[in-house]
Design a protein around this ligand. Structure first.
Ligand code: ADP
Ligand code: MG
Length: 238
């Protein structure tokens, strides 16, 4: 059974249809990248999976359960956004551990998991700092840490690297891939950046105007584009 299923999903906002029957299965442990131009419906698709938007028609399923039937606290997923907001008055350690505190994880276990995540993300030296004392890249790592500390089954990324400079973006791509391989979680990563998509994906899904144009391995999609749009968007040589 796929971990994530979009089954003929439609979405309308005030009479305007932005998703037209999107169907997509994502296997457990996959790193799926949804690539497409701005406004094609990528965030809407991800937000439905996160339970932040309701489907207008069709179904979104997580491990076979309809999303609408799963209470927010039981959705075993975590989302990292482009504009990640850290709590400015909390230290890095407190930011990392906050979700565990809310979930009433005992203090000693919380401390151990904060230390583990900080080590993974190279934040161990900064646990007592506040977000204002960190660089952009360090803040983004804290935002990732806050998500992974919950050990979700599914990780959702909505253009999390768009606000970073080119060098940092490359570093973070490597970091995200390394984390994915280490943790074996299912990841859905949304981007409009072709290079980011080609380097991260083991499954590439190209979207345009509320529809999936093509899904496959990056190599298949690049070498055998299913439409002129896909070829043009990926810059496949004619
Ligand atoms: P992407 O993430 O690919 O840039 P979005 O999913 O954000 O695209 O948006 C898809 C379309 O839906 C866009 O035309 C956008 O303007 C519209 N849209 C998104 N959210 C809303 C909303 N809450 N209300 C009205 N229209 C929306
Ligand atoms: Mg978006």
């Amino acid at each position: 059974m796929p971990e994530v299923e979009f089954d003929r999903v439609e979405k309308t906002f005030g009479g305007t249809r932005v998703l037209h029957g999107v169907s997509l299965d994502i296997a457990q442990g996959a790193f799926a990248v949804i690539l497409g131009p701005s406004g094609c419906g990528k965030s809407t698709l991800l937000r439905m999976l996160a339970g932040l938007e309701r489907v207008s028609a069709g179904e979104v399923r997580l491990n076979g359960r309809r999303m609408n039937d799963v209470a927010a606290k039981d959705r075993d997923l975590a989302m990292v956004f482009q504009n990640y907001a850290l709590y400015p008055h909390m230290t890095v350690a407190e930011n990392l551990g906050y979700a565990l505190k809310v979930a009433r994880v005992p203090r000693t276990e919380r401390a151990a998991r904060v230390a583990e995540v900080a080590a993974t993300l190279q934040l161990s030296e900064m646990l007592d700092r506040r977000p204002g004392q960190l660089s952009g890249g360090q803040r983004q790592r804290v935002a990732m840490g806050r998500a992974i500390i919950r050990r979700p089954r599914v990780f959702l990324f909505d253009e999390p690297l768009s606000n970073l400079d080119a060098k940092l973006r490359t570093q973070m791509r490597i970091e995200i891939k390394r984390l994915h391989l280490k943790q074996g979680v299912t990841s859905l990563f949304v981007t409009h950046d072709q290079v980011e998509a080609m380097t991260l994906a083991d499954r590439l899904v190209v979207m345009n105007a509320g529809r999936i144009e093509q899904a496959g391995t990056p190599s298949e999609v690049y070498h055998r584009p299913a439409s002129a749009f896909v070829a043009g968007f990926l810059g496949t040589p004619p």
